[in-house]
Design a protein around this ligand. Sequence first.
Ligand SMILES: *Cc1c(COP(=O)(O)O)cnc(C)c1O
Length: 239
Amino acid sequence: METTLSVELIHRRLEQVYERVDRAALSAGRDASEVRLVVVTKKHPVDVIEMACQAGATRLGENYADEAVEKIRALAGIKGVEWHMIGHVQSRKANLICPHFAWLHSLDSLKLAKRLDRFAGEHSLTLPVLMECNVSGEESKFGWAAWQDEMWPDLVTAYDEIVSLPNLEVRGLMTMAPYLPDPEDARPFFRKLRGLQSFLTLRLPQVSWGELSMGMSADFDVAVQEGATWIRVGQAILG
Ligand SMILES: *Cc1c(COP(=O)(O)O)cnc(C)c1O
């Protein structure tokens, strides 16, 4: 999309996303207010992000910790904005997450969890986190191996330690479906994540697994029908 971005255009696209969420929620008998939008601003410069904020975006998602922290500092003057880390975080970058990000959608190892817990504690903060799960088996994907149900008991062992960390608040799961031309083909992966959520709710009931971060520009309608509480949308809003 080579259209020149403007606040008006971004606003219109945001409205279109909300309409799609409303339609998808309605078709599944869900309440659209259960679905929150993260506008993915990765690779976009700060002037574009400023326009997105003026257009009404309040939750912004970034993938690369260093790049994100630079932008967060540059945009510190904008009030009422919440940053979400949605990309893989190397353990040695764990110190960049607290205090810059309100949520981490992509917790994918025990080592990272322990480091995040330590830094969150140093800032006297509690960091809400989602476990990123690989439910497709694609090698290119980060996340806990979870594409076969037989793998799920191993997750309980690892998560049991993570949920006991005092400064992390485990809130649910995140996944990326494989890129498929027909978004309908992403549905089984979203269902699988919801199945894993039910399994973990039984096995680790001491935390709430209620949040599901799933769905991007191409497939968020299907993700909403399958129970997404967070969708992460970039292209459909910022091109
Ligand atoms: C880039 C990205 C998105 C947004 O994808 P779009 O296709 O631009 O909507 C969502 N989640 C993650 C983890 C991403 O890296």
